[in-house]
Structure formats: structure tokens, C-alpha cells
Design a protein around this ligand. Structure first.
Ligand SMILES: [Zn+2]
Length: 670
């Protein structure tokens, strides 16, 4: 998901289009493509496999469904209870954890007073035995998790089938899933089993109630999903379409197959046009990209398609090839974009950013699409626990997105190339970020434990991206990108944790990086980097009553006249770092004659300050910390210091403002 800052969709003459009455849509043709490329061999352990049959009542925005979950205990301890997410109950009432932690609004979208949503389990059976009466809700009054005590434990290695019958009401969409008018975006909609985590033999369930800041965590598997919908709807879903049939009464069944995925979402709408498609060309074959959109958003559909194609090609080369044959992009109607837009599912994402202000060259729509497509790697394949370590998918993805955008659109024009203004993504995002030292929770905080959405967003997205960018610049970009590729390949189809991430990077980079990871990810730490003072004095030989010389015996005072200035300057620069994060630092000294010189402070382990003394024929006029902008973990606006007048500098307000402006211009153009 992408945070609110980037998902502003403006309904200027864009909402409330009259599309006329819905028409019957042509029956879609199933594909011959297997659900996973490369010969169809399983990529994952396929622990949780679903067969779902669901019927949509489009007028009531309700769904009736059956589900058979085939689940394998791949652990080394027996299981006597199965927990399931019932995510739609987040929208059931104001007592849900989700509601209490969001107050009914998210990213600018608000819950309506009439559009409540819920899911009701009507039957759950194992081996034909009805167990619905055994269900218990451990988090009441929250009903987003339900537990099923088992009549018989599931032993290690054993597989069981659990059969559900459920009915549900979709909410009017304000947080990812639901309807808006006749548009339906259906996500987090079926009973979904938790994940066994922990050391072998001592596994435990991870199945948390849905909180406003948390996303999702699930095991990989296969999905065979049959949707029955009115034939006036255009439908798109996770996976590939393997069967379609028209039924009497104006309904249609569409059957989808998805492999090695951990979620399934779908869209149904009467006004979406036939998808705009294209192909990403990978070394091992093509991936079809389809964009579903309403007619008034056609200009943006092309931009989303081209961005998605380029992103799939870049991410496939940088990490590992996209393994599925199709990527579907849903561009929600403008009045549903805040609620339903900018969300990732396997092989299907929703996008946003179709604003009248997003002129070509202002790449907000592209940024949203690339971010959501990127999640098919960082979460879709590397399926981290988003509730516990959201930075591992959001922040790592943001770092990867920034590289992809700068690669696709040009090193200095990745984010903006409009009317002479240019900006690359890292610099723009750094300037837009809050001072990381001001966030009261470390990056490595469970999503639900952040004090508010701003702290969650800053730490999880911007600070993580800037931290990785800083580390990359410190160890060298080529080496770091190779290490990230190795991380992706080592942990695809698994559930990597932060510790796995650190260990893989340390191994690949061949160095202990705990000096970086611990303060940056696990402490409320800032950099506190500042030029404490800088000044120059004329250089001359020592004056005064000098010891150990004839001058002393005769009490001769050596004066300015007898020891005149040497025509040079002795300058002193005092740099401090009052923060916890210590990173090797370059310092550029600029002199009045136009020359410059660099000095280096190996900050780490050498105390919190360092004085540099420089003697030169020309006077020092400016000091710049981190002149190559390698360090993105503090505000760039304290990195420049211009010596004034007599060389005894002080940080004057006017000087600060002028250096802020210079720094800004250096970072973002024009
Ligand atoms: Zn995201």
C-alpha cells in the first residue's frame, strides 16, 4: 500500500460520470497459460491451498461463498487449534480493532454511516462433521480473528481439509475493500488461515486482529476460485482465467487459478473498458500487463500500463524474474481511488494518482503503479510479516521503486521532468521526509505499536528507504545492489524477517553492519550532524615572550612587527555528531581562491566531535558536510556552513536560509 501523501486523487470534473445503463459484456476467453511460468513447478511450499466458490449480488454488494482449505502442518509440533482471519469484520462495527485504531478514516477516505461490512461463518466442517458451534472469538468485541479447536490434533506432516460456508456484506469502500456505486473491489474477503512461525518444534500461530496500520501475512499456496457474477460486469482477478460459462438468468461463472500466491483479490464493475494491455519482455518469456479503467481515465491507463511494463522488466532483472504470466492493474473510479486505490495483491494491484495536476512528467501515477507492482517482489514473493515488520516490504520496496524510477525515467528526472523542473526520486523524497530523529519509534516497530499513522508512515516508508540509500552509498552501490539481489533470491517464497535481511546483507557485503542496523532500525536515533564552528585567523610565527630563546633572557617581546603574518590562513573546523548514528563522513572545504579540499571523519568509534585544522594561502569560505549526499538520515539543511566577513562565523539566520535554498536547488533542480 502507498501512504496518503502519494495517493491524492482529485475529482475535478472527474467524479460522477454518466455511463448509461450497464451492457452485457463479451464472455472472456480463458487462457492456455499455466498459472506460473517456467514449466509450472511449485516455487513455494504451498502450505495453504484454497478452493472457493463465490456468488456476488451486485445490487446488495453481498457475497455468498463456500471454501475448502487444504492445509499442511509443515512444522514439527502438533496443532490443536486453527485460527482464521475474518478481515471483513473490521468493518462490522465501531468496536473492531481496525475501527478503534482508525476512527473510521484512512488516507483521506471516510467510512459511511450506512456502508458497514461483515463476514459470517455459517458452517465449518472437517471430515463432514459440523464444527460451527465450536468457533470462538478470542479478541471480542473484535471479530477479525476466529479460532477453531480441533477434534483431533493435526500432526507434523499431516494435511487436512476444512470446509466453510460463509456469507458477507462488503463495506462501502474506505480502506482497500468494498464497493463504491457499482464498482466492487473485493479483497480480504474469505476465511483465511494464520501462519505457523517460530523455531521447529515450538511453533506458534501468527494470526493478529486487523489493525488500521497493519497489512497482511499468509502462507503460499494455490487458489482455484469460481466467481458467479452478473454478465454486465467486467471482472479481473488474481491468477489466470481457466474457464468461463454463461448461465441462465444473465449470470456468468469465471474460474481463476493462481499458484504460489498468498492472497486472492478481484474486481467487478459494469463500466470498466476492455483492458489496455501490453507485454513486459523478460529473458525467460513475456508477461502480459492489463490495465482496467473507466473511459474517462484512458489517458492515465496508458501511463499505468507503461509504468507497470517497465517496472516488471526492471524488478525482474534486479531481483528475480516475475514468475506469473499476467499482471493486472486496476485503476479504480476516481471517487473510489482514495479508498480502493494503491493496494497490492499477488498478480493484481490497484493504482491511483489520476489527478488533473499529474501532468505528463509529474510522475505520481507512475510512482503509485511502480510501488504496487514492486510489492509483487517485496511481499508477493518475499512474504514478510507485514503486521510485525512492515518496513521489510514497504520500505525495502520504496528503495527498489526509487531505483526503478530513476532507471526508467532518467537519473535526474525519475520523479519530475516538467516545465524545466527535474527531480530524482531519492532527493525529492529526502527533502519531503520528516527529520528521522523526530520519530518517537524505531523503524523496527510492529505496525500496530506505532503511536500514529504519521509515525508509522515516516518510519516504515521514508526512513527505511533513506536508511537503505545511505547504506548503499556508504558501502558502494554496485556491491549493495548485488547484495539485495542475493537477498531476494535467497528469501523468495519464504517469510524473511529483519534479522534474515541483516544477516544476508552482512554475508553478501562481507562485513559486520551491526553498527548501522542496530541504531538505525532498532533505536530512536538521529544523526545530530552539525558544523559546530568554523573560523580562520592569519598565520604567523609565534609571538610574545618566547621560552628557551634569547628573546626570553632579554625579555624581548616578539611582536607583529618582528614576526609579520605569513600571508596564509589557519582555519579551524569543528564538526559534531550528537546523535546515535555514526557514519563515515566526507567534508568539503572551499576556499576564497576557488580551490577546495576534502577531509574525512571516521565518525564511528572516535567520539562525538572532531576538529580539523587547515593552513592555506587562501581563506576558508564554506564547509559542506557530506558533499556527495551519501547520507540521507538527517535533514540536509544543516550540512552547509558559509563563513562570514571576518571569518569568525556564526550561524546567522539569513545565512541559514540562503544555504537551505542552495541545498534545495542542488537536490531537486531545476
Ligand atoms: Zn506499499
Amino acid at each position: 500500500m502507498l501512504r496518503r501523501l502519494l495517493v491524492v486523487a482529485i475529482c475535478v470534473a472527474g467524479c460522477g460520470h454518466d455511463h448509461g445503463p450497464p451492457t452485457v459484456k463479451a464472455k472472456p476467453t480463458p487462457t492456455d497459460n499455466p498459472a506460473i511460468r517456467g514449466g509450472g513447478a511449485p516455487r513455494s511450499a504451498r502450505i495453504a491451498n484454497y478452493k472457493i466458490d463465490a456468488r456476488l449480488d451486485a445490487a446488495q454488494h453481498s457475497i455468498a461463498g463456500t471454501e475448502v482449505l487444504t492445509w499442511t502442518n509443515t512444522g514439527q509440533s502438533a496443532v490443536d487449534t486453527l485460527p482464521f482471519h475474518l478481515y471483513l469484520n473490521a468493518f462490522k462495527n465501531e468496536s473492531s480493532v481496525f475501527w478503534r485504531s482508525s476512527s473510521g478514516s484512512m488516507r483521506g477516505a471516510h467510512a459511511s454511516d450506512s456502508g458497514w461490512g461483515w463476514i459470517q461463518v455459517e458452517s465449518v466442517q472437517i471430515g463432514g462433521v459440523e464444527l460451527v458451534g465450536k468457533l470462538r472469538y478470542p479478541g471480542l468485541p473484535d471479530e477479525t480473528v476466529v479460532e477453531l479447536p480441533l477434534p483431533q490434533p493435526v500432526q507434523p506432516g499431516q494435511t487436512i481439509d476444512v470446509s466453510f460456508k460463509f456469507s458477507e456484506q462488503l463495506p462501502e469502500v474506505w480502506a482497500r475493500t468494498g464497493y463504491k456505486g457499482e464498482f466492487h473491489m473485493v479483497g480480504q474477503w474469505f476465511p483465511k488461515i494464520g501462519v505457523r512461525v517460530g523455531t521447529p518444534g515450538a511453533e506458534r500461530w501468527e494470526c493478529q486482529p486487523l489493525h488500521a496500520f497493519t497489512e497482511f501475512f499468509a502462507d503460499f499456496g494455490t487458489y482455484d476460485v469460481t466467481l458467479t457474477v452478473p454478465n454486465t460486469l467486467t471482472v479481473a482477478a488474481t491468477g489466470v482465467l481457466v474457464a468461463s460459462a454463461d448461465l441462465p438468468g444473465g449470470t456468468r461463472t469465471l474460474t481463476y487459478r493462481a499458484e504460489d500466491v498468498h492472497d486472492f483479490a478481484w474486481m467487478a464493475d459494469p463500466y470498466m473498458k476492455a483492458p489496455l494491455s501490453g507485454f513486459a519482455k523478460l529473458e525467460d518469456g513475456n508477461v502480459e500487463v492489463r490495465v482496467y479503467y473507466r473511459p474517462e481515465q484512458e489517458a492515465f491507463a496508458k501511463r499505468h500500463r507503461d509504468a507497470a511494463i517497465a517496472a516488471i522488466e526492471k524488478f525482474s532483472a534486479a531481483y528475480l524474474p516475475y514468475p506469473w504470466p499476467i499482471m493486472t492493474i486496476i485503476d479504480p473510479p476516481l471517487d473510489a481511488a482514495e479508498g480502493a486505490g494503491a493496494m497490492e495483491y499477488p498478480t493484481l494491484v490497484t493504482t491511483a494518482g489520476d489527478s488533473v495536476f499529474a501532468r505528463p512528467g509529474l510522475r505520481l501515477p507512475e510512482m503509485v503503479t511502480i510501488h504496487e507492482v514492486g510489492h509483487n517482489w517485496f511481499q508477493g514473493m518475499l512474504a514478510s510479516n507485514e503486521a510485525e515488520e512492515a518496513w521489510l516490504d514497504e520500505g525495502v520496496n520504496e528503495w527498489a521503486d526509487a531505483h526503478a524510477m530513476d532507471d526508467i525515467y532518467g537519473a535526474r528526472t525519475g520523479a519530475i521532468d516538467w516545465m524545466g523542473w527535474q527531480a530524482e526520486v531519492f532527493a525529492l523524497r529526502r527533502v519531503a521526509a520528516e527529520d528521522p530523529g523526530s520519530i518517537p519509534t524505531p523503524i523496527a516497530t510492529a505496525a500496530y505499536a506505532f503511536p500514529d499513522l504519521d509515525a508509522y508512515s515516516e518510519a516504515t516508508y521514508s526512513k527505511t528507504m533513506n536508511a537503505l540509500h545511505t547504506l548503499e552509498q556508504t558501502v558502494g552501490s554496485v556491491k549493495f545492489q548485488a547484495a539485495m539481489k542475493a537477498y531476494a533470491r535467497a528469501w523468495a517464497w519464504k517469510h524473511p524477517t529483519g534479522r534474515d535481511f541483516y544477516a544476508t546483507l552482512e554475508k553478501e557485503l562481507g562485513q559486520d553492519l551491526s553498527w548501522f542496523f542496530e541504531p538505525v532500525f532498532h533505536e530512536v536515533a538521529g544523526l545530530g550532524l552539525r558544523i559546530r564552528s568554523a573560523s580562520c585567523l592569519p598565520a604567523h610565527l609565534p609571538r610574545g615572550v618566547l621560552a628557551g630563546s634569547a628573546d626570553t633572557s632579554t625579555k624581548t617581546i616578539v611582536t607583529e612587527t618582528s614576526r609579520p603574518d605569513l600571508g596564509a590562513w589557519v582555519c579551524s573546523v569543528l564538526v559534531e555528531n550528537t546523535g546515535r548514528i555514526h557514519i563515515p563522513l566526507d567534508i568539503e572545504l572551499r576556499f576564497a581562491d576557488g580551490a577546495s579540499e576534502r577531509v574525512h571523519w571516521e565518525d564511528r568509534g572516535n567520539g562525538n566531535w572532531q576538529r580539523f585544522a587547515i593552513e592555506r594561502s587562501s581563506k576558508l569560505v564554506e564547509v559542506i558536510l557530506d558533499p556527495d549526499n551519501k547520507i540521507a538520515l538527517d535533514s540536509p539543511f544543516t550540512h552547509r556552513y558559509r563563513l562570514e566577513g571576518d571569518g569568525a562565523a556564526s550561524l546567522r539566520a539569513a545565512a541559514r536560509i540562503s544555504t537551505w535554498a542552495q541545498t534545495l536547488m542542488q537536490l531537486v533542480g531545476p
